[in-house]
Design a protein around this ligand. Structure first.
Ligand SMILES: [Zn+2]
Length: 220
């Protein structure tokens, strides 16, 4: 199983670091604040998962109880499939799942021998992710609005406060891992998808994981 040592390294802190580094304002975050954003977001993801596991037995059960409409979109354009897998429509009780993207993911994972990542499981993982954004929006508030904002200088002397939007995805990934009882943080699935699609090789992912580990070590 060539993917095994990658999955084993995909813990919450490492993958949260990866998520945070993708934030547009990452470079502006003071170094002594990075752990704050990672830890607080992980805590909210875990707490939210615990609350829901106490009340419901499955993510489908949550969606049913909250009367969230799940639409499986089968029509999509190729240029959309790069980004769109699932989508929570802000302010509505509706989550859209993109079938062709999920099929593509299934194909890529199959190439790596990851048969457990079949369509049904991919669907659950992506649905749980969007469900977290629904819960943020409707019930607990968005993580990036709850956490501190950071100053970013945009034009000349003007400093403005900006939220760190990727903290919401850190929370979502941790929520998904916990609610579905996965052994890995689902953020890693993006990199495995790139590998299975032939866009990167295994060493590139391992090198990136080394870099993330180093970044985390540097903080403590
Ligand atoms: Zn998200």
């Amino acid at each position: 199983m060539p993917y095994k040592n990658i999955l084993e390294r995909a813990g919450d802190r490492v993958m949260s670091m990866a998520e945070l580094m993708e934030d547009n304002s990452f470079k502006k975050i003071p170094r002594n604040k990075i752990e704050y954003f990672i830890d607080e977001s992980i805590n909210i993801g875990n707490e939210t998962a615990n609350n829901f596991l106490n009340k419901y037995s499955s993510i489908e059960g949550i969606c049913e109880h909250k009367k969230i409409e799940i639409k499986i979109e089968t029509e999509e354009y190729d240029f959309e499939t790069v980004r769109l897998r699932g989508e929570y429509k802000e302010g509505k009780e509706k989550i859209i799942m993109y079938k062709r993207s999920m099929k593509r993911m299934e194909e890529a994972y199959k190439k790596l021998g990851m048969d457990f990542l079949n369509y049904d499981n991919i669907y659950k993982i992506l649905l749980a992710h969007e469900l977290f954004h629904y819960i943020e929006s409707k019930e607990i508030g968005k993580i990036y609005e709850k956490l501190e904002q950071i100053y970013v200088i945009k034009l000349g002397p003007l400093k403005r406060l900006f939220p760190i939007q990727k903290t919401s995805d850190i929370g979502a990934n941790v929520f998904v891992k916990h609610v579905l009882d996965l052994s890995f943080n689902p953020k890693i699935l993006n990199y495995l998808y790139f590998w299975g699609s032939g866009l990167v090789d295994k060493n590139r992912i391992l090198n990136y994981l080394d870099e993330l580990d180093e970044n985390l070590m540097y903080l403590s």
